[in-house]
Design a protein around this ligand. Structure first.
Ligand SMILES: [Zn+2]
Length: 314
C-alpha cells in the first residue's frame, strides 16, 4: 500500500440522481430554494427513461470512483403512483448490485400525505421496493401536522425507514424536526427516522433549538447535514452576500449522541450548480462550514456550531 490509507466503502447518505447534471439546461431564474424547485419542475419535461438512466449511471460511476458502496437518492414523487424515475432506479439497483447499493426515498410534498388513502398507496409502493425509504418535504410553506402524522403512521404500519427533507429554511418558526421527534417517539420509530437539512435550528432561539435536539436524541432520530446545497441556497438573495450558513447544529447534536452524517446532496443542478458525488469532498466542506477550530469532546466536537452574529434578516 506504500503508506496509503485503507478505508471501508463510503456511504453517500443523500443524493438526487433525478436532478443531477441538469443545470446547463434548466438553470434557476432567481436565488434560493423555491426558485430552484421551480427550475427543477421545468426540467422534468426532459425526464425520459433514457435521460434519467444516463444521468443516474454517471452519478453512480462518479460515486463508485470516489469509493462509495451505498448511495441513498431522493426521488421526486408528486402523485400516489410512483414516478418514472422510481422504476428506472429499481432496475439500476439490480444492475449495480455488488458495486453500489442503491436506496431510494420518495421526496413528496407534505400535502400529498393529507389523504390517508394516498399515503397508504405510496407506502405500499415504497415497501415493495428493495432499499425503499419513505420520505417527504417538510417546510413552513406547506406544514401540516396531520399529514406528517399520516406519513409517520404509514412508516410504522409498513415497517419502513423514514428520511425527511425537514426545515430546509431559515424561518425560525419551522417546526418540522420538533414535530417529527414528538410523533416518532409516540409511534415508537426509534432508530428508523432521519431528518435531512434541519437548517432552521441554526437560527432559532438557542433554548428552543436545544430542546428540539433533546427530543431528537430521545426519539433516536439521525441528522443528515448537506453543507454544499445549504451554503448555496440559504440566505441567498440577489445583490447581497449571504450572511447565514444554514448548517444544522452538528456539534450540539454530537454532544447528545445523535448520529450525524454529511452528504453531497445536489450536484450540478438548479439547487447547486457545482459539487460532485464524493463524500470526502462533502466532509471537507463540512469541516470548513461547521468547524469550531478545536476538538475537545470524544466525538471531536467542542460543543457549539458556529452561528451568525446577526441571526435575523436586517
Ligand atoms: Zn435533498
Amino acid at each position: 500500500m506504500q503508506g496509503a490509507p485503507l478505508l471501508p466503502g463510503l456511504i453517500e447518505p443523500h443524493a438526487h440522481l433525478d436532478k443531477a447534471y441538469t443545470v446547463h439546461r434548466s438553470p434557476p431564474q432567481g436565488p434560493g430554494l423555491l426558485a430552484a424547485i421551480e427550475a427543477s419542475h421545468a426540467d422534468e419535461t426532459h425526464w425520459s427513461t433514457e435521460d434519467l438512466r444516463a444521468r443516474a449511471e454517471r452519478a453512480l460511476q462518479d460515486s463508485l470512483g470516489a469509493g462509495v458502496r451505498l448511495l441513498r437518492t431522493h426521488v421526486s414523487w408528486f402523485a400516489p403512483e410512483p414516478p418514472r424515475a422510481w422504476g428506472v432506479y429499481r432496475e439500476l439497483r439490480a444492475d449495480w448490485a455488488g458495486r453500489v447499493e442503491l436506496e431510494c426515498v420518495n421526496i413528496s410534498p407534505l400535502h400529498l400525505f393529507a389523504d390517508a388513502d394516498a399515503v397508504d398507496r405510496i407506502a405500499r409502493h415504497v415497501a415493495a421496493t428493495p432499499g425503499g425509504v419513505l420520505g417527504g418535504f417538510v417546510h413552513t410553506t406547506q406544514f401540516s401536522e396531520s399529514a406528517l402524522r399520516h406519513l409517520l403512521q404509514a412508516a410504522a404500519a409498513h415497517s419502513l425507514r423514514v428520511d425527511l427533507h425537514a426545515d430546509e429554511e431559515l424561518d425560525d418558526r419551522a417546526c418540522g424536526v420538533a414535530s417529527t421527534a414528538r410523533i416518532a417517539a409516540e409511534l415508537g420509530l426509534h432508530g428508523r427516522v432521519a431528518c435531512s437539512h434541519a437548517c432552521a435550528l441554526s437560527v432559532q432561539d438557542p433554548s428552543t433549538a436545544l430542546q428540539t435536539l433533546d427530543a431528537v436524541a430521545a426519539a433516536g432520530i439521525s441528522l443528515i447535514s448537506l453543507p454544499s446545497t445549504n451554503l448555496f441556497l440559504q440566505d441567498a438573495r440577489t445583490g447581497r452576500t449571504p450572511r447565514l450558513r444554514g448548517i444544522t447544529l452538528v456539534h450540539e447534536a454530537l454532544a447528545r449522541s445523535i448520529p450525524v452524517a454529511f452528504g453531497s446532496d445536489n450536484v450540478q443542478d438548479a439547487f447547486n450548480p457545482v459539487g460532485r458525488h464524493d463524500p470526502v469532498a462533502a466532509l471537507e466542506l463540512a469541516v470548513m462550514a461547521a468547524t469550531t477550530g478545536t476538538s475537545s469532546c470524544a466525538n471531536g466536537c467542542s460543543g457549539t456550531t458556529p452561528r451568525p452574529i446577526a441571526r435575523r434578516r436586517c
